[in-house]
Design a protein around this ligand. Structure first.
Ligand code: LMR
Length: 394
């Protein structure tokens, strides 16, 4: 039977990671996969997570199953950091998942049970894994215009124009903050217009929330999503702890479901758990236990918030310094948008050939759509990098 299979198309981010690993050059530079890096280029374990890990090692007496829903205290803490008090508790249900992608998957499969083959609207561009993940769950992807590469701005009117053709019952996928791959985020006014549009047209918002804390800070990054949540009757959210707790390989995330009333919320949760049971049975516990310990211990929580804020500020200042270096190298304002965008990613607007040249001639690894990981920028070599980029792109 297996001889019937054709090779799967490669994921461009994973393919680039593999290519980078195999490159023997010492001065190579990884601006590919979305993993936070410090000034030494390392991705350290966060201090609070390290302490929690030691405590867990001392305190844990069993590795027996927790439950399909996961750790209840973790779920409650995730509901709080994501939604604050934007929705009444009786309408909210939370389920622990295997990373943010696990949350996207179980929610998509659950939605496909609610409406088989429902249309899901994705921003153009979006994270490359959205398409296979959501269509694999049975949903039908459609795209809406989002980003203008020429100006580095959101094409908001075009986005609205496209979404006004959506039908009641369609799903609208939004990036909660730090849009991946563009770093171009909706303003609060735009979130309000989207909330009105969802209500008018009967669209279900589905928010991918993978970078909370990486844009303008924990509260501000959640403000648009909370505004939306406080106004629409229903909403689903895939939250990830991979980046903001730096627990990538431990696979920690949560699926959040806000329903019109408590009864529908219970039914929705029962479907989410039934999907989880049928896909991977139970979520992994280790990383979620660490996140739960950090969020529920005031000291650990304060230290985590301080470290996260330091990471955020580092990315923000790298953005400014890199935009300045590109301005010097290009003698133009062509790349100024980088300073104003949010989070881990921006797109340089280079062609695939130019990206190949940067990799082959300079060992600079950039995703094929010209997305760079801001945290990977070498703070002490920005001028050199900017000159290589400008020389390649003119
Ligand atoms: C990214 O966009 O680079 C990250 O979300 C990592 C991934 O799994 O693609």
């Amino acid at each position: 039977m297996l001889e019937n299979l054709k090779p799967a198309p490669p994921d461009k981010i994973l393919a680039l990671m593999a290519q980078y690993r195999e490159d023997p050059r010492e001065n190579k530079l990884d601006l590919g996969v979305g993993v936070y890096k410090d000034e030494k280029g390392d991705t350290p374990i966060m201090r609070a997570i390290r302490v929690a890990e030691e405590r867990l090692h001392e305190e844990q007496t069993t590795k027996s199953y927790v439950s399909v829903q996961g750790d209840k205290e973790f779920c409650q803490a995730m509901g709080e950091i994501v939604l604050g008090d934007a929705v009444p508790a009786d309408r909210l249900r939370v389920c622990q998942t295997a990373g943010g992608s696990g949350a996207l998957s179980v929610i998509a499969l659950m939605l496909n049970r609610a409406r088989v083959g429902a249309t899901i609207w994705l921003s153009d561009p979006t994270w490359p894994n959205h398409l296979p993940l959501l269509s694999g769950a049975g949903l039908k992807p459609q795209s809406y215009p989002y980003y203008d590469s020429e100006t580095g701005q959101i094409r908001f009117e075009a986005m609205l124009g496209s979404l006004r053709t959506a039908m009641a019952g369609d799903i609208l996928l939004l990036h909660g903050c730090c849009h991946n791959p563009t770093g171009a985020d909706l303003s609060l006014e735009q979130w309000q217009i989207i909330a009105d549009l969802c209500k008018e047209r009967g669209l279900l918002p589905f928010v991918d929330f993978a970078y909370l804390g990486f844009g303008d800070g924990l509260e501000k990054d959640a403000a648009g999503l909370r505004l939306l949540a406080s106004q629409v009757p229903e909403l689903v959210i895939a939250a990830s702890c991979s980046k903001n707790f730096a627990v990538y390989r431990d696979r920690v995330g949560a699926a959040l479901l806000v329903a019109a009333n408590a009864g529908e919320a219970d039914i929705g949760l029962s479907q989410l758990l039934s999907v989880t049971r049928s896909v991977y049975s139970m979520p992994p516990d280790h990383g979620a236990a660490l996140v739960r310990m950090v969020l529920t211990d005031p000291q650990l929580r304060a230290d985590w918030m301080a470290e996260l804020e330091g990471m955020r500020q580092r990315m923000e200042s790298l953005r400014r310094d890199f935009a300045d270096a590109l301005r010097r190298a290009s003698n133009s304002s062509r790349f100024d948008f980088i300073a104003n965008q949010k989070g881990m990613f921006s797109r340089l607007g280079l062609s695939p050939e130019q990206i190949d040249t940067l990799r082959e001639e300079h060992g600079i690894y950039i995703v094929g759509d010209s997305r760079i990981n801001i945290a990977g920028l070498p703070g002490d070599k920005l001028d050199e990098l900017a000159r290589a980029i400008v020389a390649t792109s003119t």
